[in-house]
Design a protein around this ligand. Structure first.
Ligand code: ZN
Length: 143
């Protein structure tokens, strides 16, 4: 078990630009505002979607499996920001629905194009929240 306590810091509200890369834009905000720990949520619409899935047997992310070149709603996008290699790093998961309401979800990676997106970032203040390679899972987890 890993447990730390933080105080609330700044709250950011952002509207992302049309056709920007969803993960890149949120990462840019966290880097430019030097947000070292926080929570992130976003809703909106996307024109393409690229998600990853971590294969627990091969210990690798499969990125090409969930690529959708079609408009979708962001039903939910949530995650956190912590420090990786000394820089703010966002870890986000996303659920998106197609025109029939069918959903797909996974680990957000670069390559998802924004149609419209509203993002809220809540900063947490306290001890550095550091992410590093975990030997057991091969994921980069909080240390
Ligand atoms: Zn993930």
């Amino acid at each position: 078990m890993y447990l730390k306590q933080y105080e609330q810091g700044r709250t950011f509200i952002a509207k992302l630009n049309y056709e920007s890369d969803l993960l890149e834009e949120i990462n840019k905000i966290c880097i430019s505002e030097n947000i070292k720990a926080g929570s992130i949520s976003a809703i909106g619409a996307i024109s393409s979607l690229k998600l990853g899935f971590f294969d627990q047997v091969t210990k690798e992310y499969l990125y090409t499996t969930y690529t959708y070149d079609e408009p979708m709603e962001i039903v939910s996008c949530s995650g956190n920001v912590s420090l990786k290699d000394g820089k703010p790093f966002c870890h986000l998961h996303l659920i998106a629905s197609d025109r029939k309401g069918k959903c797909i979800g996974g680990h957000l990676t670069n390559g998802t194009a924004v149609y419209a997106c509203e993002v809220i970032i809540q900063e947490y203040l306290g001890e550095d929240l550091i992410r590093d390679t975990d030997e057991q899972t091969k994921l980069t987890l909080w240390k």
